[in-house]
Design a protein around this ligand. Structure first.
Ligand code: 1GP
Length: 261
C-alpha cells in the first residue's frame, strides 16, 4: 500500500523533532473546540485526532473535523471507535485493529465493513495496531479487550512484534482515556527496543514530567485528550506536556524511529 501524504508528514515530523504530540478531540465534547485547536497549534502539537470510544455519530465527527479545519492547517486523523466514525473532511484515518480484543469484530470485522467508505471518501488509511493495557477504560470495555497487564510487558512486546511482522506501520499502546495510571515507562522501553516502526503512547499523560518519562522511554508520538477538558489553561498545559516530551528526547538512550539511518 502506498504511503500517503499524512503518514509521510508524521514520519518526517518524528525524524525532525525526535517525538511529536497529537491532540485528541472527542466529538462528544466540543464546547471549547476552537480554543483547544488554536492552543494546540500554538503550543506545538503536530496533528489532531478525532475520536471517542462512546462517540458513534458520524455527524458529530464531521462537525468536529470541520471546526478543526476552520481553525488550523494541521492534519486531522480520524481515530475510529466503529464504522460510524468514518467521516468526511479528514486527511486520514488510523486504519486500526484492536489486536487484543476478544471479539473479531474489532480486529477485522469493522474494517471489512468500513473500508469501502474510507476509499469513497478519499481518506488516507494509515495501518495501526492498537493495544489496550492496564484497566483499559472505555476503549477496553467498548472494544471487548482483554487488557494487557502493566506488570507483564513481555505480552505487549509480543503483540507489538507480531504487529510489525504483520505489516502494521504504527503501534499504539493505550492505557485508556483519562487513565489514572499511564503506560509504565519500563513497558514502553521494552516495546521500543523490539520494534522499528513508530510507537504511539496515550492515556493518562497529564503532566510534563509524565510526557518526559514516556518519551525518554522511547515513545515517538504521545497523544493527550482528557487533560485538556479539565483545564482552563489549555495552551499552558499543552506547552508543559510538549516541553516535557522535548526534554525526553534529549535524555533518551533508546533510539526512536528514524526514516533513514
Ligand atoms: C485516549 O490515548 C488517548 O484514547 C488519550 O488519552 O484522554 O487520557 O489523554 P487521554
Amino acid at each position: 500500500m502506498r504511503i500517503g501524504k499524512t503518514e509521510k508528514y508524521l514520519y518526517d515530523a518524528i525524524s525532525e523533532k525526535g517525538f511529536i504530540h497529537i491532540t485528541l478531540i472527542d466529538p462528544e465534547k466540543m464546547d471549547r473546540i476552537e480554543e483547544v485547536v488554536k492552543a494546540a497549534e500554538a503550543a506545538g502539537s503536530s496533528a489532531f485526532m478525532v475520536g471517542g470510544s462512546t462517540s458513534h455519530k458520524t455527524s458529530d465527527y464531521e462537525e468536529a473535523i470541520a471546526r478543526i479545519k476552520s481553525n488550523s492547517s494541521l492534519p486531522v486523523i480520524i481515530f475510529p471507535s466503529n464504522v460510524a466514525s468514518i467521516a468526511r473532511g479528514a486527511d486520514a484515518i488510523w486504519f486500526m485493529s484492536l489486536l487484543n480484543s476478544m471479539n473479531p469484530y474489532y480486529i477485522i470485522g469493522a474494517q471489512v465493513l468500513g473500508v469501502k467508505t474510507v476509499r469513497e471518501l478519499g481518506l488516507e488509511a494509515i495501518p495501526m495496531a492498537y493495544l489496550i493495557l492496564g484497566t483499559g477504560g472505555a476503549a477496553g470495555y467498548v472494544g471487548d479487550a482483554k487488557p494487557i497487564p502493566f506488570e507483564i510487558p513481555e505480552l505487549a512486546v509480543g503483540y507489538a512484534m507480531a504487529a510489525e511482522a504483520l505489516g502494521f506501520r504504527f503501534v499504539y499502546l493505550e492505557a485508556g482515556s483519562g487513565a489514572k495510571m499511564h503506560v509504565p515507562e519500563k513497558l514502553v522501553s521494552m516495546v521500543r527496543k523490539n520494534i522499528s516502526i513508530p510507537l504511539i503512547v496515550g492515556g493518562g499523560i497529564r503532566e510534563g514530567a509524565i510526557a518526559e518519562s514516556i518519551v525518554t522511554a522511547g515513545a515517538d508520538i504521545i497523544v493527550t485528550g482528557d487533560v485538556l477538558e479539565e483545564t482552563c489553561a489549555v495552551r499552558e498545559k499543552l506547552s508543559e506536556i510538549i516541553e516535557g516530551g522535548r526534554r525526553g528526547v534529549l535524555k533518551r538512550s533508546v533510539k526512536g524511529f528514524k526514516t533513514c539511518c
